[in-house]
Design a protein around this ligand. Structure first.
Ligand SMILES: *[C@@H]1O[C@H](CO)[C@@H](O)[C@H](O)[C@H]1NC(C)=O
Ligand SMILES: *[C@@H]1O[C@H](CO)[C@@H](O)[C@H](O)[C@H]1NC(C)=O
Ligand SMILES: [Zn+2]
Length: 431
């Protein structure tokens, strides 16, 4: 026993040494007020010493968060002051906040293998053990599907929940497809997907939710990145596939710029070092291809697509490539507002969502999964669901102690979506 403890301690110790340190890094909130300021932001974006944090999307006149390491801070602040560019310091030392999160993680880790927890963030292996346990315990309703593999060979796993094929030969059951974790540092997203799974499968009160509607849920679409954020670099966003002739910190592709719908049209980068690098070509990543192949094989039955991200509290819908509105934007807006209202009614952490197209809310970002699902796979109702940031000083680090409140309120939105899909595609009530 003592030996085991020593081994465990030394593993923790080694991880700590290997992890990338953000000692002395600051996060600034920039408040652009004129075209000159916008130009400065554009210029900074091309330089990898500036980490842009708001989903990488920039819109003229909107405040934006950027993280910078210590050695450039004086130069940076002087430059801002010379240009009368206003800013706040959001986080004084990023490493301090990360340390606190690691501590919280260790204190609250409770789950045994095969269990789920919402007091802390689970490892990918624990998430998968939970799904497989559900597959064994609920074989009548749960199937575990492998949609593909990540670059490093981890399974891209979906849980399929169904009470069986339709008994009415005149109609097929609509499917709700959910994924989470495209951006691996947004840890709250897989947690929300796991809570949806837990509530649907394990809470008998929710059995009606899978009577007439089937569910496919992929709780972790970027497992390589997720493990990397758990063990090495908390703030990694992209995949982990190396780019030829690039240094380590320029690895990976932004999955949410890698889908083949107006690929690289706007708000995406061809620079491998950029956080919004779209990849060498559309669908260059096995993770985005896994989604593509599943939709091309099952597209007609899928009626709703939800992709969970964080941290700006927004229900977003296509288009993300340009400010054009889709034909059915009124329906997308209305359904998004119903979902947001359900959260507002039940929130205990003061979540305030807005609803809009991605481009109008955040600026363009072509190649997003929701754009492709709507534009190519023909699933009309597609959303990018931006979860809140809670009261963490650093927006990505949604505090574990608020996690249960966040997953619970988000499930209220899921109920709304379910009811809408069941009414429209099973009961055939046009709404
Ligand atoms: C969407 O965003 C645009 C640009 O900020 C704004 O003018 C518009 O009112 C927003 N739409 C909704 C429905 O809030
Ligand atoms: C989507 O709709 C278009 C236009 O009707 C059609 O050409 C295309 O084959 C459809 N795509 C899929 C995946 O069904
Ligand atoms: Zn994201």
């Amino acid at each position: 026993m003592k030996q085991l403890l020593l081994i465990l301690l030394s593993i923790l110790f080694i991880q700590e040494i290997k992890a990338k340190s953000y000692e002395g890094y600051k996060v600034y909130k920039l408040k652009p007020e004129n075209i000159n300021h916008d130009k400065i932001i554009e210029y900074l974006q091309e330089d990898s010493i500036f980490y842009f944090l708001d989903e990488g999307q920039i819109e003229s006149g909107k405040p934006i968060d950027v993280m910078i390491e210590q050695q450039y801070q004086n130069y940076f602040e002087n430059m801002l002051e010379k240009n009368k560019f206003k800013f706040d310091v959001l986080v004084d030392n990023v490493e301090k906040v990360l340390e606190q999160e690691r501590l919280d993680q260790r204190l609250t880790r409770t789950s045994g293998l095969g269990q789920v927890t919402f007091n802390s963030y689970m490892y990918y292996s624990e998430q998968m053990a939970y799904l497989h346990r559900l597959g064994r315990d609920y074989p009548e309703i749960v199937a575990i599907l492998k949609l593909g593999e990540s670059y490093e060979g981890r399974d891209i796993t979906a849980l399929r929940l169904s009470s069986g094929p339709s008994t009415d030969p005149s109609k097929t059951k609509p499917v709700i497809f959910i994924d989470a974790g495209i951006h691996c540092r947004e840890w709250i997203a897989p947690a929300v997907a796991l809570y949806i799974i837990q509530q649907l499968v394990e809470n008998p009160q929710n059995a009606l939710f899978y009577q007439n509607v089937d569910w496919d849920i992929v709780p972790n679409l970027n497992p390589d990145g997720y493990e990397y954020t758990q063990r090495e670099d908390r703030l990694w966003r992209k995949t982990r596939r190396p780019n030829p002739n690039q240094p380590n910190y320029c690895m990976g592709t932004d999955l949410n710029r890698n889908f083949d719908h107006y690929w690289m049209y706007a708000g995406a980068s061809s620079n491998p070092c950029s956080e919004i690098y779209a990849g060498p070509e559309a669908f260059s990543e096995s993770e985005s291809r896994a989604i593509r192949d599943y939709f091309l094989a099952n597209g007609e039955t899928i009626k709703l697509y939800l992709s969970f991200h964080s941290y700006v509290s927004m229900v977003l819908y296509p288009w993300g490539y340009a400010s054009t509105l889709p034909e059915d934007h009124e329906e997308l807006q209305r359904l998004g507002e119903l979902a947001a209202d359900a959260i507002h009614r039940s929130t205990t952490i003061n979540s305030r969502y807005t609803v809009n197209t991605s481009t109008l809310a955040l600026g363009p970002g072509a190649g997003g999964s929701d754009d492709w699902v709507k534009g190519v796979a023909n699933v009309s109702l597609a959303y990018c669901f931006e979860l809140p940031h809670g009261d963490s000083p650093f927006p990505f680090l949604f505090p574990a102690r608020q996690l249960f409140a966040a997953v619970r309120e988000t499930f209220e939105a899921i109920k709304v979506y379910h009811q809408y899909i069941e009414n429209k595609f099973w009961n055939n009530n046009n709404q």
